[in-house]
Design a protein around this ligand. Structure first.
Ligand SMILES: Cc1ncc(COP(=O)(O)O)c(C=O)c1O
Length: 303
């Protein structure tokens, strides 16, 4: 059986249990992360992608909610590697840390409650089919606003917004939903950031348009600039600009790089995976699997 980190110890996952009265279970008062580790079979090595950056983000997000894990990012990285060594996967793996209100206290608040912290790991292949391009539709649900539930913070309760949009998208026959902000600008997918390609340049919504500060987003911006000489503009994007883009793709730890081929039943660009998206996708997979020496500093080898 796989192990989890729970209440300061590594235990079999079936012993890592919280009460149905738990405050975060009731009110969505947690902060979580999603991290991927890639198995490189040739080297018999498991590489965790940008582990430190995920914990830096998590600790920042905890600050917004006033959750206090009581460990710094270095300690959290060490615990994660220890857990992975114990579980010893030899396959692509998803790592889910969560900080939560460790109390059965009634009432949604953070003050006066201790913070709990747990991690589990599961095997995970593609969260979205990345090979043939995806179909997306604009959601009738607007993105949660920074002044309601901060989208920046990967707050568990905020994912009701994602679940509503994703469900609606699947019901309409799409693979993913695209959110607009309350002001009507493109924000992000239900669990991904979005990039448009226009005239050979990348465009992505700014951090102020209620998006998660995506680590894959940052990675794509850097890889596009460094490896392809493509600059990214961060600016507000109207809905119809996606209809007329040459190419577009979603990106995130789960979705990796997922090119979009259709939006609201309209073919996007050529209706096939575009050349820039294909290049970025290939580059991304090369980097995360440890096949680009220049970017090995982004990877934490587990074994
Ligand atoms: C709402 C949302 N946007 C964007 C992303 C992408 O963020 P990252 O690249 O850090 O995984 C995620 C998480 O995967 C997400 O949940």
């Amino acid at each position: 059986m796989a192990n989890a980190y729970f209440k300061g110890r590594i235990v079999p996952v079936d012993q890592a249990k919280i009460s149905i009265q738990n405050n975060t279970f009731q009110y969505g008062t947690g902060v979580f992360e999603g991290i991927r580790a890639y198995w490189n079979n040739q080297r018999r090595q498991l590489y965790v992608f940008r582990l430190r950056e995920h914990y830096v983000r998590m600790l920042r997000n905890c600050r917004v909610l006033t959750l206090t894990i009581g460990k710094d990012e270095k300690e959290l990285c060490e615990i994660t590697v220890e857990l992975l060594r114990k579980n010893h996967p030899e396959t692509d793996t998803y790592i889910r840390p969560i900080a939560y209100v460790d109390s059965e206290g009634l009432g949604p608040k953070f003050i006066g409650y201790p913070t709990g912290f747990a991690i589990y790991t599961i095997p995970l292949g593609d969260y979205i089919d990345v090979s043939s391009g995806i179909k997306v539709g604009f959601s009738s649900w607007r993105r949660i606003n920074d002044n309601t539930i901060p989208a920046r913070c990967k707050v568990t309760g905020g994912y009701v917004n994602s679940a509503l949009a994703k469900t609606e998208a699947l019901e309409h026959g799409y693979d993913e939903a695209i959110f607009l902000t309350t002001n009507g600008f493109i924000s992000e997918g239900s669990a991904e950031n979005i990039f448009l390609v226009r005239d050979g340049r990348l465009i992505t919504p700014p951090l102020s348009d209620d998006i998660l500060e995506g680590i894959t987003r940052e990675t794509v911006i850097e890889l596009a600039r460094e490896e392809l000489g493509i600059e990214t503009t961060e600016r507000a994007i109207g809905r119809t600009e996606l209809y007329i883009a040459d190419e577009a793709f979603l990106c995130g730890t789960g979705a990796q790089v997922s090119p979009i081929v259709e939006v609201d039943k309209r073919p996007l660009g050529s209706g096939r995976i575009g050349p820039v998206s294909a290049k970025i996708q290939a580059l991304y997979f090369d980097v995360v699997k440890g096949n680009r020496t220049k970017y090995l500093h982004w990877l934490t080898p587990v074994y």
